[in-house]
Design a protein around this ligand. Sequence first.
Ligand code: ACO
Length: 424
Amino acid sequence: MPKDSLTVIDNRTGKQYELPIQDGTIHATDLRQIQVAPDDHGLLSYDPAFMNTAACRSAISFIDGDQGILRYRGYPIEQLAEKSTFLLLLHGELPSAGELDRWVYDVTHHTIIHENIKKFIDGFHHDAHPMGVFVSTVAALSTFYPEAKHIEDERSRRDQIFRLIAKTPTLAAFAHRHTVGMPYAYPDNDLSYTGNFLNMMFKATEVKYTPHPVLEKALDVLFILHADHEQNCSTSAMRGVGSAHADPYSAMAAAAAALYGPLHGGANEQVLRMLHEIGSKENIPAYIQRVKNGEVRLMGFGHRIYKNYDPRAKIIKQTADQVFDLTGKNPLIDIALELERIALQDEYFVSRKLYPNVDFYSGIIYEAMKFPIDMFPVLFAIGRTPGWLAQWQEMLLDKEQKIARPRQVYIGSPLRDYVTIEKR
Ligand code: ACO
């Protein structure tokens, strides 16, 4: 008779243990009972980089990395990209028309930032990376909303969530305008979430900026594709810092800082730099050889979870075609397609199951839309904001969660006596 349990024999002692299996997992704390002596700490699981450890139960996104499946709240990403608008994740269910109107109204009417934040942005050097400015200004928001520390209060949490989702595009656009020396363009509440962001980014001297609907829709799709991705590095940072009951602005600044890394959300920027460096199709074989020699990584390739084509990359390729119909083709797409074609036949990539990820094609679209390369990670951060906040809220409401505190295996010196400086 099959049982939902695991029988473990400790060969050090000959003792046998039965560990319950729930949802395909064993509880790591159940290993503690496996001791050699009654006073030892019991067995730990060792899992650097969390390769095989579930740290929470979550109802937000589902990934099957072998099949290349991504769903938010059960809905396939392909359907959401086609039919939905951004701003869905925080509630588990699709909103009614009235609920959606209310939600959009609430977000739209929180887009202004305090004038002092502009002064704060002004203080950054003229060539400051906008992601550095973004991380810092998100953290600084906590000083403007001290009530944010009342994370136990549902109303306060809701207010901060609105504010963060609403204000991140404003902070992002202002970071950009500062670095290019243009006056800040204020939010326009007549426009959609993405339309308003394009307005704050690109408005010049015209009285009213009108976003092109194709670009507005493309950006909305890109934001949807980036909205959540289970327990990735930045989301883990959000949950980790949030688990200490830091306010959500501080926790989100930590998440954005993690995203900035080139192995994570900074990869889209690195992909573009790589494609520019390769320059033309003839140079691809030599570049692939450098990757295989271990000199460089093929940026935008590989994923911890996807061992099949990233479903987001497929949708992005379709979006690219729509954008290029309007903007003209970004010539880098030909290099990217050829790079992908060669890589997907090459034993090095095939045997390691390395496929293009979301970042491989997103930057090519952003560039065609005239976003500067260093804004790419910031665009990723705007898209990921609802996911971070949904995960933060879920973590706070989860009775099983406590302050995040991994264990370690100590490998340092055994006990020794301090040697005074004269005797060293
Ligand atoms: N180029 C070349 N080789 C690669 C790449 C790559 N992009 N990615 C992985 N490999 C190789 C590794 O060298 C390793 O080879 P080995 O077994 O011979 O040592 C093998 O594939 C496994 O790689 P790991 O680094 O162990 O895989 P991990 O799951 O730790 O890393 C990561 C995943 C960080 C995404 C990695 O694939 C990478 O660096 N990719 C490039 C950066 C990138 O595109 N990041 C964006 C990811 S998506 C996101 O965060 C939004």
